[in-house]
Structures are given as structure tokens and as C-alpha cells.
Ligand binder design. Structure first.
Ligand code: ATP
Ligand code: MG
Length: 578
């Protein structure tokens, strides 16, 4: 749902409420600053009329002192306004950024499937920055220069209200221009943000995929694509600046025309005697002085609209519902009974279901295996158990109760998952292994686990040992080494249910056999679900399910399935080369 600009102003304003006092101080500072400037012009009138024209020396001796006082006050107010404003602005942005980060963390997996990382990063970095600028720059100009314009109008009206009224005629016209231009500004700003998202997305893809790009000579393609995105971004900026320049000029021409009209009237013979020199100077300087703030006000509109558009894109994410976590049941340690009852599941992005009317029952402590062709839905099924995706048709029960009834945190605590794509953090091996533990492992425990998962083999010889950094997503390790760290992480978590999705696929046969022993002892008292293409690793399972297009087509022990001579038996034969 798109929010109107007014709603966004209000919502942004709410963020400043926590810093009310500082905000008020900064507003006071800005008003004071503008008042000092306006007062300066106002005082010209008595200086000229009483001091110069009437040769009043007392007034003239006060003049230098007043100038010093005004400039001093102006400086103090300016410092106060700038400091407080910067404080509030930076606090608001810090809060927005933190909220965005936290909110994204709890968005469902399906959301992240559909949104690129580049776009999301750009929201956290670029869009929040735009809001900061809008808040500080725009507020400063709007309040300070706005007040200055108002004070100048007061000075003008005080000097001669009849003449000054002419000036007011242009206000509705200016308002109309500002209104029209604002809409355009906001639209262009939205485009700039999207373009910025594309820039980050393009850069991210180039950085993440640079090896593939080199391998497939994709440089020219990537360069071309980026040039296009980059130029699109530039075009939008030019559009923005052009609109701004045009609106500023039109507003200034209007103001100057009003000024010319007033001068023409003053020059009329009937008028010329009614005005003193002081009034004339005050009037003229007010009008001249007004051109600069008017320009700034018209200019800042662009900045403001940019901030509004950015806030809009941030609020859109903040309003996206997080993962449903409505369950209330606690679950300290489950027995591990899993029942899947006629579940049909379709990814939100797809029409065709990936899991179809699938049922299975795993008793506590059983070890089952899922096998089947690539794309048959094995990983999907394993993702449904810890509720990485929510099902709409059918039921999944854990220890006899629907998984939605448990608190999400409690539910996920029951699973140790080694997923098909190993994800490692850019941190040390030790921290990757003990990720998710509240109390860090002792050196001795770490080495113990490292030995179990055969991580120790390659860590031992490293100069930094377990404190070696693995690089982004573990690039400094081999595929098999990464998998072993993932297994160590699962061992450390020691959850009652173990899900191994091709956990040893990257290992050589010998390492696989060694790790298999470690996994066997780990699985001894746990419910486990093993997904594997290499069938030799799952022969000992209590039950093997064969999946095809999201359905179970065969089930039984290794021996039973061999005897029935179905798909499984055929697969086995193929792998054994018999
Ligand atoms: P493999 O043995 O290759 O790992 P799999 O049996 O684990 O295959 P799944 O990963 O469960 O297969 O995928 C099943 C189907 O769901 C595939 O057709 C795939 O295209 C689709 N799919 C997987 N993940 C997503 C996703 N995040 N969004 C949409 N569709 C998906
Ligand atoms: Mg898979």
C-alpha cells in the first residue's frame, strides 16, 4: 500500500519524538538566527531616518554595538541549531537503519527469494542517507529560511502594508508551482533510488560472480549492462537538477516582478512624498534579501521530496509482515516424532506445487533417507520442517502437535541442519563452528568437535589454527572443507533432529567414510533425515523414501526396496555399475 506524503511526514516526525527537547532547541536556534537577520534590516529604518536624516548622534553611536550583538547572537543561534539538528537527524537515521536491519532479519525466506540483496543493501545504506539529508538540510532551510521570509514580510508590512500587500499576490502562484514540482521531484527521486538499487545489484553480481565472469568471458556483457544502469542513474539526476533550476528561476522571476511593480508605484509622483528614506531602504532590502531564501526554499523542495521518497521505500519494507510466529507452545527438547500429513506445497513465486499430497511418519530416533531425482522436492521438504516456508495445505506435526503451534525459536532449536549450500560467515573457523552458541566452547571442546567432523585434519597445519579466517562465504577453503565445518556446526548445536542435505557430497570417498562414522554416532540417539544422491551412504537407514515430482513413490528398507525391483533398485544398480 502506497502511503501519502502526509502520512510519511507524520511517521517520520514520530521518530523525532524521542529527541523532542533537542529538536525544540534546534528550532529555537533556527528561529533566533532568522530573527537576528531580519532585525538587522528592520533597524536600518531608524538608523537612516533618525540617525542620518535627523543627525541624531545617539542613534549612530549605538549602531556599531548593535551590529556586534546581532552577529554574536546569530553565531550562537546558528551553532545551537546546527548541532541539535545534526544530533536529531543522525539519531533518526541510526534508528531507521537499525530497524531495517532487524526487520529484514525476520522477514520470511520467501521474501528474500524474491528481492535481490543489492536492492536491500541499497535501502540500508543509500535510502537512509537520503532521509538524513532531507531531515537535516531540508528542515534547516525550511524552518530557518522560512522564518526569515516571514520575518522579512513583517518588516515590510511594518514599513508600508499597502505596498507590501502587492508582494502577497505571488504567494498562491508560488504555492502552485511548488506543488506541481514536488510531485515531479518525488517521482524522479523514486527513479534515482531504483537506479541506485540497480547499481548496487550490478556491482554485487560482478563481485560475487567475478570468477564465472572471467571463465565465460562475460566482462563485456557485464560492462555494457553496468554502463546502462550507471547512465540511467545519471539521467535521473540531471532531470532532478533541471527541474530544480527551472522552478527556482520561475519563483525568483515572480518575486522580482512583484518587486519591480512596487518600485514603479513608489516612483509615482503621488507616492514619492509619503515614504521616508528609511522606509524605502527597509522595504527594498527586505525584498532583495528575500530572493536568497526563496531560492533556497525552492531548492530544498527537491531534497525534501527525495527524503520522502526514500522514507517511503524504507517504510514499505518495515511494513512487510515478518515471519508468522503466533505459536505459544514451549519445547525444551522434543522427542523427535515427525508426521507429515497430506502436505501440498507451492513456492509463492510458482504456480505448480513442488510437494504434492505427501505423507510420511518418522518415529522418535529413527533414521530415514530421502532419495530421488534432482528437483524432486527433497530439499524443499526438509525446509518445511523448521518452517523456512509455511504450508497452506496439509499438516506437519512434531511430537503430535502442529509445528505452527510452537514458538518459532523453540521449533528451530530442535533442528540441526546441514544444508546443500554451505553458508559460512567471514569469520574464524572457530567462530563459524560455534555460531549460535550462547556460551563459547572451550579450546578443548572445540578441538574435540573439530576432530569429530574431521576439520582438525586441515586446521592443524594452518599457522593460525582454528583462528584462521575463512574469507567471504569460506572462499579460502575447499568445498569439502567447508562442508566439514558445516557438519561441525551441526554437531555443536546438538539438536534432537538432524537434517543432512547432501552433507558429504563434496568429500572424497575416504573422508566421507570417516565422517560417516562420526555422523553415525551423532545420529545414534536422534531422529535424522538424510538426503543423498550417493546411495551407499544411506543403506543403513531405517526407511528410505523415494521421491518423484513431490510425491513418495516407494518406501522401505534398503533390502525391501532392492527386492521390489523398482526405481530405487534401478538407481542402485546404476551406481554400482552392475
Ligand atoms: P537436488 O537433488 O538437485 O537438490 P531437490 O530434490 O532438493 O533437488 P528442491 O530443491 O526441493 O529439489 O526443488 C524442487 C523444485 O522446487 C525445483 O523444481 C525447484 O526449481 C523449485 N524450487 C526450489 N527452491 C525454490 C525457491 N526458493 N523458489 C521457487 N522455486 C524453488
Ligand atoms: Mg536439494
Amino acid at each position: 500500500m502506497q502511503q501519502s506524503a502526509k502520512q510519511i511526514y507524520k511517521r517520520l516526525l514520530k521518530y523525532t519524538f524521542d529527541y523532542k527537547l533537542v529538536a525544540i532547541l534546534s528550532i529555537v536556534g533556527m528561529l533566533g538566527y532568522a530573527a537576528m537577520d531580519a532585525l538587522f534590516i528592520k533597524l536600518m529604518q531608524p538608523f537612516i531616518d533618525e540617525g542620518l536624516t535627523q543627525r541624531n548622534t545617539e542613534v549612530l553611536t549605538w549602531a556599531p554595538l548593535i551590529v556586534i550583538v546581532l552577529v554574536l547572537g546569530r553565531g550562537i543561534f546558528n551553532y545551537m541549531a546546527s548541532y541539535c539538528l545534526s544530533y536529531v537527524g543522525s539519531q533518526v537515521v541510526r534508528k531507521l537503519r537499525q530497524q531495517l536491519f532487524e526487520h529484514m532479519l525476520f522477514l520470511p525466506v520467501s521474501f528474500h527469494d524474491q528481492h535481490s540483496n543489492g536492492d536491500m543493501i541499497s535501502k540500508i545504506t543509500f535510502d537512509t542517507e537520503q532521509v538524513q539529508q532531507a531531515i537535516t538540510r531540508a528542515l534547516q532551510v525550511m524552518i530557518r529560511e522560512g522564518a526569515f521570509v516571514v520575518f522579512l514580510l513583517v518588516v515590510m508590512f511594518d514599513a508600508s502594508w499597502q505596498l507590501s500587500s502587492i508582494f502577497l499576490v505571488i504567494i498562491p502562484v508560488v504555492a502552485l508551482i511548488v506543488n506541481v514540482v514536488s510531485k515531479r521531484f518525488r517521482k524522479i527521486s523514486k527513479n534515482i533510488q531504483d537506479a541506485m538499487g540497480e547499481v548496487t545489484r550490478g556491482s554485487e553480481q560482478m563481485l560475487a560472480g567475478h570468477k564465472v565472469i572471467h571463465g565465460f568471458e562475460g566482462q563485456d556483457k557485464e560492462i555494457g549492462r553496468f554502463a546502462q544502469v550507471n547512465n540511467h542513474n545519471r539521467q535521473q539526476r540531471v532531470k532532478m537538477d533541471a527541474t530544480r533550476a527551472l522552478s527556482v528561476s520561475v519563483i525568483q522571476i515572480l518575486a522580482a516582478s512583484a518587486m519591480a511593480l512596487i518600485l514603479a508605484i513608489i516612483a509615482m509622483p503621488s507616492m514619492i512624498d509619503t515614504i521616508t528614506s528609511g522606509t524605502f531602504v527597509a522595504l527594498l532590502s527586505s525584498m532583495m534579501m528575500m530572493l536568497r531564501p526563496l531560492k533556497q526554499l525552492a531548492n530544498v523542495n527537491g531534497e525534501l521530496q527525495r527524503g520522502i521518497a526514500a522514507a517511503q521505500s524504507i517504510f514499505e519494507i518495515l511494513d512487510t509482515p515478518q515471519e508468522k510466529d503466533t505459536g505459544t507452545l514451549e519445547l525444551p527438547f522434543c522427542a523427535g516424532e515427525i508426521e507429515v500429513k497430506s502436505v501440498t506445497f507451492c513456492y509463492p513465486t510458482k504456480q505448480e506445487p513442488v510437494i504434492r499430497d505427501l505423507s510420511l511418519h518418522i518415529k522418535p530416533g529413527e533414521r530415514v533417507a530421502l532419495v530421488g531425482r534432482s528437483g524432486s522436492g527433497k530439499s524443499t521438504l526438509s525446509n518445511l520442517l523448521p518452517r523456512f516456508y509455511d504450508i497452506e495445505m496439509g499438516k506437519i506435526l512434531l511430537d503430535g502437535k502442529p509445528i505452527q503451534d510452537y514458538k518459532l525459536k523453540e521449533l528451530r532449536r530442535q533442528f540441526s541442519v546441514v544444508s546443500q549450500q554451505v553458508v559460512l560467515f567471514n569469520d574464524t573457523i572457530a567462530n563459524n563452528i560455534s555460531y549460535g552458541l550462547d556460551v563459547p566452547l572451550t579450546e578443548q571442546q572445540l578441538i574435540e568437535v573439530a576432530k569429530q567432523a574431521h576439520v582438525w585434519e586441515f586446521v592443524e597445519s594452518l599457522p593460525e589454527g582454528l583462528n584462521t579466517l575463512v574469507g567471504e562465504n569460506g572462499v579460502m577453503l575447499s568445498g569439502g572443507q567447508r562442508q566439514r565445518i558445516a557438519i561441525a556446526r551441526a554437531i555443536v548445536k546438538n539438536a534432537p533432529i538432524l537434517i543432512l542435505d547432501e552433507a558429504t557430497s563434496a568429500l572424497d570417498t575416504e573422508s566421507e567414510r570417516l565422517i560417516q562414522d562420526a555422523l553415525d554416532s551423532l545420529m545414534a540417539d536422534k531422529t535424522s533425515i538424510v538426503i543423498a544422491h550417493r546411495l551407499s551412504t544411506i543403506e543403513k537407514s531405517d526407511r528410505i523414501y523415494v521421491l518423484e515430482q513431490g510425491q513418495i513413490v516407494e518406501q522401505g528398507t534398503h533390502q525391501q526396496l532392492l527386492a521390489s525391483e523398482g526405481i530405487y533398485a534401478a538407481l542402485c544398480k546404476m551406481q554400482h555399475g552392475a
